[in-house]
Ligand binder design. Structure first.
Ligand SMILES: O=C(O)Cc1cc(O)ccc1O
Ligand SMILES: [Fe+2]
Length: 454
């Protein structure tokens, strides 16, 4: 019978601090003191280093972790291609239309891996340049004794339905809707359901670098997502060096699997700053105008993956629209009409979104939209009408709601699954949103003529 620390209710205690250099041991004394690689590690453990950045990356962005484990992860069979995983492949249709999807289905009898569908993306993981967006949906836990890792990039997971019970090499994370988690490139993990509750949500995968907290500039040293609110697992391990485990690898948009006769969840202690973490979106310290006009949504950035080539330009920003007070005077309060050189993919976790009709056929929870590079968008006609005529008293919007946006530097292509196979694309989105916008133009003399005719 394998000895498991994963049955320990203490496993959901967390350490805190975004990008803090942390250390944790499931057995006291398992972490070597004062060095990384002693001739013999405590308790007969093996030392293994996981590098999330180049050895020579600047100190502020250098991310690596030393794990002390029962068997090194190198001990596994050859990888074999899993040919049925075309839903993960990099095959994009680049089109300028505004797109919106009805709530995505949760297919029956699928687990985390089978339930992952790439809906859109851009770039090439081989060049570590690009992003991919996924919809996941599952009704069962991953098979016993299986684990998964993504060599292509970091995954920022946004649950919409059902909690995720995630075992990782660094310990456990329980992630509920309205929380997010990030699982960095290469970290082995598995996803279980909690009490068989189906799961569904969205994923932002970045091929370049890692997520950072946005700079705060004149905002100062607090607000938005605060570093202390990021939660990181504590070490937990299984002692099982005798049963067969299967490791799935997503490598350049293809799925492979290998076998090994030991568990990948055998890390007894670890130290470093390369680890999975979670964050409760309810803790986001939203700020906005207290005078007039609508600030850019960059003010709502939780995490950003920056581009070194263009300072201030993100490969991808993860932006949220939490409940907040609107008090702007003489202001059209929703977002304005807009064309953006960045591409905007939006999703709704719960509730409704200020600029869009949330009814059936509108922008609904578990649905999504894509306004690509320079594709025009903005409030639908009914929102425009309401917002330009409403009484501008202070009002709390988004109560019980959480919309989010993946905003990317890249032109975003849509997969065949996203365009047709998922059968969720709203054919009338553009026409229904903006087809009814009226010509309200009243040049001064026309207005006068109208007045005169009264
Ligand atoms: O609804 C959108 O398109 C996203 C968005 C939100 C906002 O507050 C300002 C600009 C913007 O593009
Ligand atoms: Fe926009």
């Amino acid at each position: 019978m394998p000895v498991t620390q994963f049955d320990n209710p203490e496993k959901y205690r967390y350490q805190t601090g975004f990008l803090a250099n942390l250390e944790t041991e499931a057995i006291k004394g398992a972490l070597p003191i004062g060095q990384n690689s002693p001739q013999k590690c405590p308790y007969g453990l093996y030392a293994e280093k996981i590098s999330g950045t180049a050895f020579t990356a600047p100190r502020w962005e250098n991310q690596q972790t030393w794990v002390y484990r029962i068997i090194p992860s190198a001990a596994h069979s050859a990888f074999e291609r899993v040919s049925s995983a075309s839903r993960l492949e990099l095959n994009f249709n680049y089109i300028p239309d505004q797109l919106r999807w009805d709530p995505f289905d949760i297919n029956s009898d699928v687990d985390w891996i089978d339930g992952l569908h790439m809906v859109a993306g851009s770039g090439d993981p081989a060049l570590k340049n690009g992003v991919a967006y996924y919809i996941y949906g599952a009704t069962k836990s991953m098979s016993d004794k299986t684990a998964f890792y993504d060599a292509d990039g970091d995954m920022l997971v946004v649950p919409q339905t059902g909690p995720l019970d995630i075992w990782t090499e660094m310990g456990c994370l329980l992630v509920r809707p309205n929380e997010i988690c990030v699982i960095p490139r290469g970290i082995r993990y598995r996803v279980d359901l909690v009490a068989n509750e189906p799961i569904r949500g969205f994923i932002l995968e970045v091929y370049n670098g890692h997520f950072q907290l946005p700079e705060l500039g004149p905002i100062g040293s607090n607000c938005l997502a605060n570093a202390r609110d990021f939660q990181i697992p504590i070490a937990a391990y299984i002692h099982d060096s005798s049963s067969e485990w299967k490791i799935y690898s997503k490598f350049h948009g293809r799925l492979f699997s290998a076998k090994q006769s030991h568990t990948p969840f055998d890390v007894v202690a670890w130290e470093g700053r390369y680890y999975p973490y979670k964050y409760d979106l309810g803790r986001f310290n939203t700020i906005g105008t207290i005078s007039y006009d609508h600030p850019d949504p960059s003010l709502n950035t939780v995490l950003t993956s920056t581009s070194n080539a263009h300072p201030g330009t993100a490969i991808a920003d993860f932006v949220v629209f939490p409940p907040r007070w609107l008090v702007g005077e003489d202001t059209f309060r929703p977002p304005s009409y807009h064309r953006n050189c960045m591409s905007e993919f939006m999703g709704l976790i719960q509730g409704s979104y200020i600029a869009k009709d949330g009814g059936k056929g509108g922008f609904q929870a578990a649905g999504a939209s894509l306004h690509n590079c320079m594709s025009s968008h903005g409030p639908d006609a009914s929102t425009f009408d309401k917002a330009s005529n409403e009484d501008l008293v202070p009002v709390k919007v988004g109560v019980g709601s959480m919309a989010f946006m993946f905003e990317s530097y890249y032109m975003i292509g849509v997969t065949d699954w996203g365009l047709t196979k998922c059968r969720k694309l709203q054919a009338q989105y553009s026409e229904e949103s903006w087809g009814e916008l009226k010509d309200l133009f009243q040049p001064p003399n026309e207005a006068k003529m109208e007045m005169d005719s009264i």
